[in-house]
Unconditional design. Sequence first.
Lengths: 299, 279, 420
Amino acid sequence: MTSNPTTISTGMPPRPSFWARLQGGLLALPLALVLLTFLAVPVGIVVAVSFWDYNDWEVIPDFVTFNYVELFTSRLTYILYAKTLKFAFLVWACTLVIGVMVAYVLTFRIRSTKWQIVLFLVCTIPFWTSNIIRMIAWIPVLGRHGLVNGFLEQTGLIGSPIEWLLYSEFAVILAFVHLYALFMVVPVFNSMARIDTSLLEAARDAGASGIQTFFMVILPLCRPGMAIGSIFVVALVMGDFVTVKMMSGGQAASVGVALRNEIALLQYPPASAAAVILLLFVLAMIYGLTRIVDIRKEL
Amino acid sequence: MIAKALTNWFFYALLGLFIIFLYGPMFGIILLSFQGPEGGLTFPMNGMSLHWIGDLFKEQRVGDFQGSFLRSLSLGLLVSVLTTVFSYAAGLAFRRGFPGATFLFYLTVTSLIVPSILVSLGIGLTFSRLGLETHWMTSALGAHLTWTLPFGLLIMFAIFNRFDPSYEEAARDLGASFFQVQRMVVIPMIAPSLIGIALFGFTLSFDEFARTLLSGGVKNTLPLEIFGMTTTVTTPTLYALGTVTTVVSFTVILVSLAVIAVLNRRSAASKSHGSEAAA
Amino acid sequence: MQSLSRRKLLKAGAAGAGLAIGSSLAAPFVHAQGAVTLRQFGTGVSNINIIAEQAKADLGINIEMTALDTDTTAQRIVTQPKGFDIADIEYFTVKKVWGAGNMQPMDTSRIDNYDSIVGLFKNGKLTPESVIAQGTAPHTVGFVEKAGDKGFASEETGLMTLVPTIYNADTLGIRPDLVGRDITSWADLLSSDFTGKASTLDIASIGMMDAAMVCEAMGLVSYGDKGNMTPAEIDATMKVFTEAKKDGQFRAFWKNFDESVNLMSSGEVVIQSMWSPAVTKVRSLGIPCTYQPLKEGYRSWGGGLGLSAGLEGRELDAAYEYINWYMSGWVSSVLMRQGYYSAVPTLAEEYMSPDEWGFWFEGKSAGGDISDPFGNVMEPAGAVRDGGSFYDRMGGVVVWNSVMDENRYMVRKWNEFIAA
């Protein structure tokens, strides 16, 4: 967001009248009210509660800092962030490669518009099935006596089942990529579809190979799509608590899982403190990403 | 030419692999959902029958599919309508500018990236401090909107960035009022994209889990019910649900494709890349 | 889930229909304004729909049952007090949530079979000579002095927090076909023979007790009182378990007993903390599973029904009526056929065949096939219950599931272990 986001190049005259601005304000009111009531106020409450005391069954209004002190002095916090960042990075890298590849094939290698639409829809249909069901679908595939192990054992490729396929970090990352690849495919596809094909012809005329065109023309031009997809994927992985728990059999750690555990045990103040820190962390990461590209202008 | 064909096939193969990756695990559970009444959650298959598919439409030993499905459906429809209307209005607002536009823009983007569990926790705490009971129709509705509205607004930006304002100017010059311009010029032109927002809002809401967790109240929505059932059910019921959803999704898509094909044949209008809104 | 499918009902009938006639003879309460609906939640162990179905038939009261995991039951009581009428919870949960003021005590004079309730829930004694085990024993949180009290009474009063319904002596469940050797001690949970094939439960107040049993059996930690550990004891216990976790001892953790069924029946896990009905369920799938008695003794738990503070008038009367029905024997027999014990065993006996009673309660070898409450044959003739008779098993209890003085610290450490 390097440029001032209140102005848009297309659209209205540069200096709107007072009445136009008032009308604008009224039109934005529903959005503003929803976000203030259900986002700004709740986040404010979470910040407040993070300074409160608590017992087994209730939060006690107070001003204490031990929720933060415990968080920052626990070695576990740092381990959790390291682990969660590792998940985020690996999932981001995998989805980025997959996203660019799939979008590229859909945009430039599938000639007929009809097939483009059909294949795009085929890629989006699984998205309509509950994420949780898509997640547990891996269990019979990857389990100790699952399809993959069964197949490998029958063909004699392995003597005993591979244990790390399920209830492992591998399983967590696999499930994440499976669930969120689409969040990368769609924005990158959107960016690529807008690339003027005459640019590609120009590149070819200038003697660029296919690979050169891809890296020097196409990739730079779909940077906005990649950035938006990255924001989705990173934000989703950083805040996740279901996938990690389910695919690791309740064993792997992530910031979200620890937070969820505290909430389940009614330890709201420490959970709030952890949530505030997580929020700041994610905002900082996303801010870094938006330094690279102005998402609003590039949509 | 042969080299070109080969590279093309290489890329088709990549896409094919991706599609196998997306659908592969689903095939496992589709198979398992056709087990006999004694079926379990893992291979090998235990008998063959339609028992678990049929069981979906009956009362469950634990859990309540019908109730939670109806709740998620009504919630999804409401979220879908509100998201479309609010995003459209806000999209117009951002075009003409208003005091606090920058702040609202950042707030919207924040809403997208705030970890869902924090929204859930915040809304739960807010309601309990105010002495209000959380309910899927109130607190969960708000929670869902914080998730769908940013997407709606971003899509509106994408639409208006490509929208030629001279159509509206022409209409205004002819004496059309604000509402007439919207109704007779803007909305007809961007209708497909608005439908896209509505569909997208519905899909996001229907599958929303984390933001509903502490804001959903006593009665579960479908994703919460499914999540509960992953720990309380030892039968292939959830697999059967997955099978049915996939089949229904395919049917819906095939029917819409057929409708589009018919419409296309009728109007020989030129086609453009309109697919981003459907995303 | 309010009612039961025909198929299940028929199956249930196979086990208990004849016996149920007795309970139906009690004249159904006629509700002038239509049927009362009571919303009950609890862990899956006793939220069985045949109970709701029978209550509907016998009393005309609708029972809406919701199955939740143990931690969520506590969360619901605290955060959604208007969302339930009857809470089917464990005694240690009572200790945690009673102070929130969202439950009301029950008047024992309105409970018909109060006198038949075993001593365990009144003065803590199984038999007059028995020693009370460590931890949150049910009688310590079973009574209050007067309505509105946040603390508990030290002895029997006329006001009960929960009407006790079920309890059991828990131990490790094993897959006898896959463990490959005799299992005799809690220490076997961390044995290197089962690396990657063990599991425990992720419920702090229960998991911590199992962990303490294991550490004590291994001789690594000694405790003053396992039911009320010091921070140093908590740290030492969690250190042992965290190292085991890092070395890959555990395949998974579970929160709800059905998960333990899935882990065990799929062969992902061969030894784990387990609850009795989970063992029952694995066996009814045709997979061998033993609820293995161990030399150090059992960890025990008890649960019962409690009332929401908001219940009053007609609903409150219906709740007492339901509880009296629950305590009249038929439900107890259903629970006992799952491997639990009833708080009113003498009444349950009337609804069980002598052979069933001999198998489940007295630890005798079965004369004929033994069926679970759903009519599935579970044990062939000649089988003997793991661990023997009621007095052998409950007499072997060394610790109850607990909420300690250092609970907040313990929960933090437990979370760290799970997340480590």
